[in-house]
Design a protein around this ligand. Structure first.
Ligand code: DX5
Ligand code: ZN
Length: 213
């Protein structure tokens, strides 16, 4: 069984509540925050997370693609995130940022971009709830899955077996009916999917299918 985290980046923001309810059977809801600086795109911020929190009880998996995550993490926790994921490459002190998220009573995750070696995250694995291995360059939905990232997922799953066997490993980018089973077989147990879910006639059915992996 996989945990599915539909990315609302592919939803209709003018009908966000309606679209969120279409995927209410998913384990999580993936919220992509982009600042136009860490990634070359701008999406949504704290006020939208607050509004989402008011319209669903779903577990909110907030993916910060922003510079200075340490400066903003607490605001996202207070807005209603259940998990805050920030990028290792964002250059804030990683251990301190994890501690800050934890001190808010929330789950903490770190994400790595495609060019970052997986070993870079190893020193933090024991203190994390989840690691997000990006399977596209962060910034845009609808991109093609990078199969080379599967080796990173396998290595991380093997490493975590000793230090943190409960670690969630999430993949994000280009997840569809072909790539989701590959990612699950490599050891990923949290699958983010945007266009494949919200582009479908029945998003809930896609969530069900991926959850069964
Ligand atoms: C990309 C975002 C993803 C994005 C995935 O930077 O982090 O969460 O929404 O979209 P798809 O599933 O369409 O690749
Ligand atoms: Zn994401």
């Amino acid at each position: 069984m996989a945990k599915v985290s539909p990315s609302i980046l592919a939803a209709d923001f003018a009908n966000l509540e309606r679209d969120i309810h279409k995927v209410s059977g998913a384990a999580m809801l993936h919220v992509d925050v982009m600042d136009g600086h860490f990634v070359p795109n701008i999406s949504i911020g704290v006020p939208v997370v607050e509004s989402i929190r008011k319209c669903t009880d779903m577990f909110l998996d907030v993916h910060l693609m922003i510079s200075h995550p340490k400066q903003y993490a607490e605001q996202f926790c207070k807005a209603g995130a259940d998990l805050v994921c920030f990028h290792l490459e964002a250059e804030d002190d990683v251990q301190e940022t994890i501690g800050l998220i934890r001190s808010c009573g929330k789950k903490a995750a770190v994400s790595i971009k495609p060019q970052t070696p997986v070993e870079a995250v190893y020193p933090f694995v024991k203190d994390l709830d989840m690691v997000l291995v990006m399977t596209v360059e962060p910034g845009f939905g609808g991109q093609k899955f990078m199969p080379d990232m599967l080796d990173k997922v396998k290595a991380l799953r093997a490493y975590a077996q000793n230090v943190n066997p409960a670690l969630d490993i999430e993949v994000d980018g280009g997840i569809n009916f072909e790539t989701a089973p590959q990612a699950a077989a490599a050891g990923a147990n949290v699958l983010v999917a945007g266009s494949c879910v919200f582009g479908a006639e029945e998003p809930g059915k896609v969530v069900e299918a991926f959850t069964a992996l």
